[in-house]
Design a protein around this ligand. Structure first.
Ligand code: SF4
Length: 493
């Protein structure tokens, strides 16, 4: 574990030349960075151990820092650090986190903000007692609120958006924490899922558009909360339901109280959860992610058939779509690309040659599968295009005769303001290039993206809501909230 500042790359460089966590695929593969993951426990004797295992299951959502805060009703116990869950915690640390209530967090961050003081849960003392918070998402009006609070005398300890909510709670005229939390939530705009612990009461809230996922499960008479259902499987909890947009759930000695801080506005769950972020064994609204991605691959095949010898997917997030594409076309699916999972931490100089080698450390083509073949390569998205170019070249170097690229989402053209760390619009290749120009840039024989309608129908959420209850802002520039005040896109965790 290290509390050193682990700065990630400034685009478009892949590495800064500092210590780099090889597990961060988003850096090697030019992927969008997932936002964060939260996991909570209420009323379970093994709260800290459950939080540890739950965070493990959510590790793909954030690899830079992890933390757990528990309470035994008397005091808070907290441990946070830079690194993976397994690096930050050991048995003794878990045992030292006492009590039956826990909130935990895994985090990615925007460049420059990756430091221990921003690792969550954030813990504070205020006139109402102890307060801890773990969040996933981003507040669109955080900068404006921060300025207002600073002018009123607040002193911020972190650069995290989340601290804005803490100051709003602490400065509330209400002494009842339920009213203070509700009032604070009514002032923030954006995409968020919050777990807030005030003394021995746990507050669970989701933004009024339902942008960031948050689910409730039950276990041995207690409750668990997670960004994804895969964490419930890991700890043996039963899924109960999704938290609803604008909902505020309160857990205390009287059990669960259902309340709201806002009416649901336009329900807009992030479509990228279905495309890329969530694990394939997770379900969202009872839709399994592997099955949804498979349907995206099938629809992509219907929209952009190409005669080929073999279909392969970029591991891991594109495998399901590749299986669907193969099933629909009858072209055999093969493992044509292999991901090396055991690269560990490495010091990498920021030279072009070593960047290329870095990609090869993480990914290799299976020569015997692709040699002399017409290959369809399925990927879930193209961000800057640099990775696609490398993978196309890798397949050609391994002997592929043709490389046809199929993307199981529409062109990613716009930044996200709700917790996904995206490059600026100018750096998104699809924001300025046509599909044909992108094809030329990545040197593919052909290129097709899944249509927006195809995506929506393949995911299969119930009809009747705008975009079937999903946000597609990064594809169509149609955001569910005003974003003009957002000074910074990305992740505010
Ligand atoms: S803009 Fe894109 S990444 Fe951001 S919440 Fe909407 S769909 Fe998800």
């Amino acid at each position: 574990m290290s509390d050193e500042i682990l700065t990630h790359s400034d685009q478009p460089a892949l590495w800064t030349g500092r210590y780099y966590n090889e597990g961060v695929d988003s850096q090697v593969f030019d992927k969008l960075k997932e936002e964060c993951g939260v996991f909570g426990v209420f009323n379970h004797t093994e709260a800290s151990a459950l939080a540890y295992f739950g965070l493990h299951a959510l590790q793909h959502r954030g690899e830079e820092s992890s933390g757990i805060c528990t309470t035994d009703g008397e005091q808070f116990y907290v441990h946070r650090g830079m690194g993976l869950v397994k690096e930050v915690f050991d048995n003794d640390k878990i045992l030292s986190l006492k009590g039956s209530t826990a909130i935990g967090h895994v985090r990615y961050s925007t460049a420059g903000a990756s430091k221990l003081q921003n690792a969550q849960p954030l813990v504070f003392r205020f006139r109402g007692g102890d307060l801890a918070i773990a969040t996933n998402g981003n507040l669109v009006n955080a900068d404006e609120l921060r300025r207002e609070l600073e002018e009123a005398g607040s002193i911020f300890q972190t650069t995290s958006d989340t601290e804005v909510l803490i100051h709003l709670i602490a400065r509330s005229k209400h002494h009842d924490p339920r009213l203070a939390v509700k009032e604070a939530l009514q002032r923030v705009v954006g995409g968020f899922a919050f777990l807030i612990l005030i003394n021995d009461t746990l507050f669970v809230a989701q933004d009024s558009n339902g942008l960031r996922p948050l689910m409730i499960g039950t276990l041995d008479g207690g409750y668990v909360f997670a960004s994804e259902t895969c964490a419930f499987e890991t700890v043996g909890a039963a899924y109960m339901r999704d938290v609803q947009p604008g909902e505020l759930l309160i857990f205390d000695k009287d059990g669960m109280t259902e309340d709201r801080f806002a009416e649901m506005t336009r329900r807009s769950l992030c479509a990228m959860e279905f495309i890329y972020f969530s694990r394939p064994d997770s379900d969202v609204d009872n839709i399994n992610l592997h099955m949804a991605r498979k349907r995206m691959g099938m629809r992509l095949a219907m929209e952009s058939f190409v005669d080929a010898d073999v279909v392969t997917g970029v591991p891991d997030s594109s495998i399901s779509a590749a299986i669907g594409f193969a099933e629909q076309t009858g072209i055999p699916y093969e493992i044509g690309l292999i991901k090396n999972r055991y690269t560990g931490r490495t010091f990498i100089q920021p030279s072009q040659e070593l960047r290329e080698r870095g990609v090869k450390m993480k990914l290799s083509a299976v020569r015997k599968v692709v040699e002399g073949k017409r290959v369809v390569m399925i990927d879930d998205s193209i961000v800057r295009g640099t990775t696609s170019l490398r993978i196309v070249n890798m397949l050609r170097e391994a002997g592929a005769k043709e490389v046809h690229v199929r993307i199981s989402s529409p062109p990613y053209m716009n930044p996200c303001f709700y917790g996904i760390d995206t490059p600026s619009r100018e750096e998104l290749i699809a924001s300025s290039k046509t599909v044909e120009e992108i094809r030329q840039a990545i040197q593919a024989d052909s290129l097709h993206f899944l249509s927006k309608q195809g995506l929506i129908e393949a995911i299969g959420r119930s009809a009747g809501e705008y975009n079937r209850g999903m946000c597609l802002g990064c594809f169509d520039n149609d955001y569910p909230t005003p974003v003009e005040d957002a000074e910074q896109a990305g992740c505010g965790c």
